[in-house]
Design a protein around this ligand. Structure first.
Ligand code: NAP
Ligand code: SF4
Length: 672
C-alpha cells in the first residue's frame, strides 16, 4: 500500500488506520473542578471525530517532575481507576490513547525543582537543585512505575517527553548538563538517563506496550546538539525499545519562534527527515502542520511516516473525519495565533481556541444543541462576532439573516490577514463562508440594516454586532491630509510615505509597523524564515544555529509612539509578543514612549518629552490608538424587545477576535 495520510500503519504493537497523531496539549483542565471528566469529554469528542491515536497532556511520574502545584501525576495504584474512566471512554469510540510522561525538570514552577546541573533556565525565576545520582536511579524507577500504572489504567502506550528543554533534554544537552559522573560529559553519558528510562519501562511493561519518544530533533539554543548527535540519539532510542520517534522542535527558552503564525507551515520537517534517515522505526513530524494537504505532502515526500498535530484538534474536533471525507473547506483550521490556547495557559486560564471556543469546554457547551424554540433572528454586522453568532444560531435551528453594509464578511479580520505572518486569518474567513453557506444563513451583503424593515420582517431577536470604529484623537492637526487611520493604511498602502510615525503601539500599531517594514506580501518561504531567524538548515552547527541572520526589509523609516512609559508590546500575546518585538527591532523600527502629543504639522509629529519639545519627522502619520464601539445603529432599535450586543459594540476595550467569537458563541447557547 502506498504511504498516504489515510493509509494504515503498523507501529510496534499498534495498527492505526491513518497517519495522524493527535498531539499532547496542556489544557489547564487539570486545575478544573472535574479534571478527569472534562479531559475525558475533550478527548472523546476528538476520538469520535476520527483521531485514531490520542496523546494526553503531560503527566508527571513523581512530585519533583510536576509542572507546578496541582498538575497531573500518576505514581500510585489508587489513581489508576480515575485514568481508566478516560481510557474506557476513548476505547469505546474505537480510538487508542497513550499517556505522555513529562518530567518538567528546571521548567517546574514549584520549589522542589531538579536539573542535571544547578543552572537556572532563563524562562524560570526558580533555581533548580542538582539531582543526585541516587535520585537519578529513583527517577528511572519512577518513570517505569508510572508507565506500568498507565498500562494498568488501560493506556495503549506512553509518550516520553524528551524535548523542548524539559528534564530529559536537559540531560542530553551540554548546555544544561555539566556533570562529570556517568550521567554527564560524553555524548554516551548524556544520553544514558533517557536510554535507561526506556530500558526500564520496556522491562516493566513488556513488548506489547507502545513506547513513543518525543526527542529534540532541532534544539535552536546555544550548546544544543547538532543533527549528527540527534541521529545517534535516535539510533540509541531505537535500540532501547522505542516504537516511534516524534519530533520536538526548539527549546521553550529558544529565541526563535517554532509554532507561532509567523512560522511557515511545515517549516521543520527537514530536521525530522534527518532522523528518519537514521532509524528503521517510524518517525512523526510536528509543528505548524495545520491542514490535511500539508500533512499529505510530508508523508508523500517521505520526510516522516506520521504527522503529529495538536492545536488543529483544539480548532476542530472532527479534523480527521472531515479530511478523510474530502470536506476540507469545512475544517476549522488552527491559525497558530496562540491567543486562546497557550496564552490562556500562561495566564493561568483554561485553554480554549480562538476559532472554536467550545474546545476544552465540551461539558459546558454540548456539541448537539438543537433548539426547540426556533426563532427568526437578524444579525447586524458580519465581523468575527456577527458571523460566529449567525453560524452557531443557524446550526442550532434558528432562521438567521446576516446584514453587512460592505461587500464582504470579515470586519477587522480583513486587516489582520494583510499583515505579513498573519495570512492564516484567510483560513478563518474561508471557514466562515463555508459554514454560512452550509447552515443556510441568509447573508445580505451591501445592505445597511434598517429598523423599519427589521420591524416589518418580524424578527424575534436582533443581535447587534456592528463592531468598532477607530478612536478619533483630539490633537492639533489630526485632520491633515497626511494623517490617516490604520484602516485606510491597510486598504491603500500606496498612500503611506517614506517617513512614517505611528501613533499607538498596541496590537494594531505593531501590526502596522510589520506591514510597512516587510518587503513581501503572502506567506514567508521556509528558506527566508530560516535566514531571518538564523536557523542552520544543514543541522551541522551546534543547536542548528546559523552564524548570522539576514533580514529583509523595506527602506522606510518607521517610528512607533506611545504615551505611557515602560516596555513596548505589553498588551501583545504572552507567547507571541516577543516575536513581534524582535521582528520590529530587526527591521529597525524605532519605539519611543513616555511622551505627550502636542501637534501634527507638515514637518511631522511634535511631542513633549521630559519637558522638551521634540519633533518626529513624518510624511505620513498613522493613527493606531485603539477603538470605540460603533453603536450608531443602536438607537434606532429602541422599539425592539430582544436586542443583544456582542463583540466590539458591546465592549471595545481590549476586544480581540477571540473575545468576539467567544461572546457570540455564549449568546448563541444562551438563546437556545
Ligand atoms: P490597543 O491595544 O488598546 O492599543 C491602543 C494604543 O493606542 C496604545 O498604544 C495606547 O497607548 C494608544 N492610545 C490609546 N488611547 C490613546 C489616545 N487617546 N491618544 C493617543 N494614543 C492612545 O488597541 P489596538 O492596537 O487598536 O488593538 C485592539 C485590540 O486588538 C486589542 O485588544 C489588541 O490586543 C488586539 N490585537 C491583538 C493583536 C495581537 O498581536 N495579538 C494584534 C492586533 C490587535 P498609550 O495610551 O500609551 O499612548
Ligand atoms: Fe490554533 Fe489559535 Fe486555536 Fe490555539 S487559539 S488552537 S493557535 S487557532
Amino acid at each position: 500500500m502506498s504511504n498516504t495520510l489515510f493509509s494504515e500503519i503498523k507501529i510496534g504493537p499498534l495498527t492505526l488506520p491513518n497517519r495522524i497523531i493527535m498531539g499532547s496539549m496542556h489544557t489547564g483542565l487539570d486545575h478544573s473542578d472535574d479534571p478527569i471528566g472534562r479531559l475525558t469529554a475533550f478527548y472523546k469528542e476528538r476520538a469520535d471525530g476520527g483521531a485514531a491515536l490520542i496523546v494526553t497532556g503531560g503527566v508527571s511520574p513523581n512530585e519533583a517532575g510536576l509542572m507546578g502545584p496541582g498538575a497531573m501525576i500518576l505514581n500510585t495504584a489508587e489513581q489508576v481507576s480515575d485514568y481508566k474512566v478516560m481510557t474506557d471512554a476513548i476505547h469505546a469510540s474505537g480510538s487508542k490513547i497513550i499517556m505522555q510522561i513529562l518530567h518538567a525538570g528546571r521548567y517546574s514552577k514549584h520549589e522542589g525543582l531538579l536539573a542535571p546541573s544547578a543552572i537556572r533556565s532563563p524562562i524560570n525565576k526558580l533555581e533548580p537543585r542538582e539531582i543526585t545520582s541516587d535520585e537519578i536511579e529513583e527517577t528511572i524507577a519512577d518513570f517505569a512505575n508510572c508507565a506500568s500504572l498507565a498500562q494498568q489504567a488501560g493506556f495503549d502506550g506512553i509518550e516520553i517527553l524528551g524535548s523542548e528543554g524539559y528534564f530529559l533534554n536537559e540531560f542530553t544537552a551540554e548546555r544544561t548538563n555539566k556533570r562529570n559522573d556517568q550521567w554527564g560529559g560524553s555524548f554516551a553519558n548524556r544520553s544514558r538517563f533517557p536510554v535507561e528510562i526506556i530500558r526500564a519501562i520496556r522491562q516493566k511493561t513488556g513488548d506489547e506496550f507502545f513506547i513513543q519518544y518525543r526527542m529534540s530533533v532541532l534544539e535552536l539554543v546555544e550548546d544544543g546538539w547538532n543533527s549528527d548527535e540527534a541521529q545517534q540519539f535516535a539510533i540509541a532510542l531505537e535500540a532501547a525499545g522505542v516504537n516511534l520517534l516524534n519530533s520536538g522542535i526548539g527549546w521553550h527558552e529558544a529565541s526563535i519562534p517554532t509554532i507561532a503564525m509567523a512560522v511557515p507551515r511545515a517549516a521543520f520537517t527537514w530536521a525530522t527527515a534527518k532522523i528518519k534517515q537514521a532509524v528503521n522505526i517510524p518517525v512523526a513530524a510536528a509543528n505548524r502542520i495545520n491542514t490535511a494537504e500539508i500533512a499529505e505532502d510530508i508523508i508523500q515526500r517521505g520526510d516522516a511516516d506520521m504527522v503529529y498535530m495538536a492545536r488543529p484538534f483544539l480548532a476542530d474536533a472532527d479534523f480527521v473525519n472531515k479530511a478523510q471525507q474530502g470536506r476540507h473547506d469545512e475544517i476549522n483550521t488552527c491559525i497558530a495565533c496562540n491567543q486562546s490556547c497557550l496564552d490562556n495557559l500562561f495566564n493561568n486560564k483554561t485553554v480554549s481556541c480562538l476559532v472554536n471556543p467550545r474546545a476544552c469546554h465540551e461539558t459546558i457547551y454540548p456539541k448537539i444543541n438543537k433548539t426547540e424554540k426556533a426563532q427568526k433572528m437578524a444579525v447586524i454586522g458580519a465581523g468575527a462576532a456577527g458571523v460566529s453568532f449567525a453560524i452557531e444560531a443557524a446550526k442550532n435551528g434558528h432562521s438567521v439573516t446576516l446584514y453587512e453594509a460592505s461587500n464582504c464578511i470579515g470586519g477587522q479580520l480583513l486587516y489582520a490577514h494583510k499583515v505579513p505572518g498573519k495570512e492564516e486569518f484567510d483560513e478563518l474567513i474561508r471557514y466562515f463562508n463555508t459554514m454560512l453557506n452550509k447552515y443556510a444563513v441568509n447573508v445580505q451583503l451591501n445592505t445597511k440594516a434598517n429598523a423599519q424593515q427589521l420591524q416589518e420582517t418580524g424578527y424575534q431577536s436582533i443581535v447587534l454586532a456592528t463592531g468598532i470604529k477607530p478612536r478619533k484623537l483630539d490633537i492639533e492637526g489630526i485632520d491633515s491630509e497626511h494623517v490617516i487611520s490604520y484602516e485606510e493604511a491597510f486598504k491603500n498602502p500606496e498612500k503611506v510615505g517614506q517617513n512614517v510615525v505611528i501613533i499607538g503601539a498596541g496590537g494594531i500599531g505593531f501590526d502596522m509597523a510589520t506591514f510597512l517594514m516587510h518587503p513581501h506580501t503572502g506567506a514567508q518561504s521556509i528558506e527566508s524564515f530560516n535566514s531571518n531567524w538564523g536557523i542552520d538548515a544543514t543541522g551541522k552547527n551546534n543547536g542548528s544555529l546559523a552564524k548570522e541572520t539576514v533580514i529583509e526589509k523595506t527602506d522606510r523609516n518607521v517610528t512607533l509612539l506611545q504615551r505611557k512609559p515602560g516596555r513596548f508590546g505589553k498588551s501583545l500575546g504572552k507567547t507571541t509578543g516577543w516575536i513581534h518585538q524582535i521582528e520590529l527591532q530587526k527591521r529597525g523600527v524605532k519605539t519611543i514612549g513616555d511622551l505627550n502629543y502636542v501637534k501634527i504639522d507638515n514637518a511631522g509629529v511634535h511631542v513633549e518629552q521630559d519637558g522638551k519639545d521634540v519633533l518626529f519627522p513624518a510624511d505620513s502619520v498613522i493613527i493606531c490608538a485603539g477603538q470605540e464601539s460603533n453603536d450608531e445603529f443602536a438607537d434606532s432599535l429602541n422599539e425592539f424587545a430582544n436586542v443583544y450586543r456582542i463583540g466590539g459594540v458591546k465592549q471595545a476595550v481590549e476586544l480581540d477576535a477571540a473575545q468576539a467569537i467567544e461572546d457570540a458563541t455564549r449568546l448563541a447557547y444562551e438563546l437556545n
